[in-house]
Ligand binder design. Structure first.
Ligand SMILES: [Zn+2]
Length: 133
């Protein structure tokens, strides 16, 4: 597949909405309980809002109550990259889209059994399509 991702921040600004740019490129966080996918239980797949890479599916989504869409599993092993994040006085693991490096959210180890993983992802970083998973 041809890589058509923008190569400069100017191009990203043109491609994304202001809100998307704020979260995906500047690592912002949408306010809790504000995102359109926080309470959302349709069957389908969630894609990167920056580059359309498939990231999560509805089978791994769960209601964590944290205020952001939460997933227990990514869809493909190489869909997501992890970055150690020491901002805001905390040590967390940031998750970014592997193909466009867009900021998605963070991953925590307080999720449900059996793997205890909780991907806490901004709705703004995702685009949902109703599809069979
Ligand atoms: Zn992406």
């Amino acid at each position: 597949m041809k890589n058509t991702n923008p190569t400069s921040e100017t191009e990203w600004k043109d491609k994304l909405s202001d809100d998307e740019y704020q979260v995906l490129r500047l690592k912002g966080t949408e306010p809790p309980h504000s995102g359109k996918y926080n309470i959302h239980d349709e069957i389908g797949n969630y894609y990167c809002a920056g580059c359309d890479a498939k990231l999560f599916n509805s089978e791994s989504k769960f209601q964590s109550g944290c205020g952001w869409p939460s997933f227990t599993e990514k869809i493909e092993d190489d869909a997501i990259e992890y970055i150690r994040d020491k901002s805001h006085g905390m040590i967390r693991t940031e998750v970014v889209c592997a193909s466009c490096k867009g900021h998605l959210g963070h991953v925590f180890n307080d999720g449900p059994k059996p793997n205890y993983i909780r991907y806490c992802i901004n709705s703004i970083s995702l685009k949902f399509r109703p599809e069979s998973v």
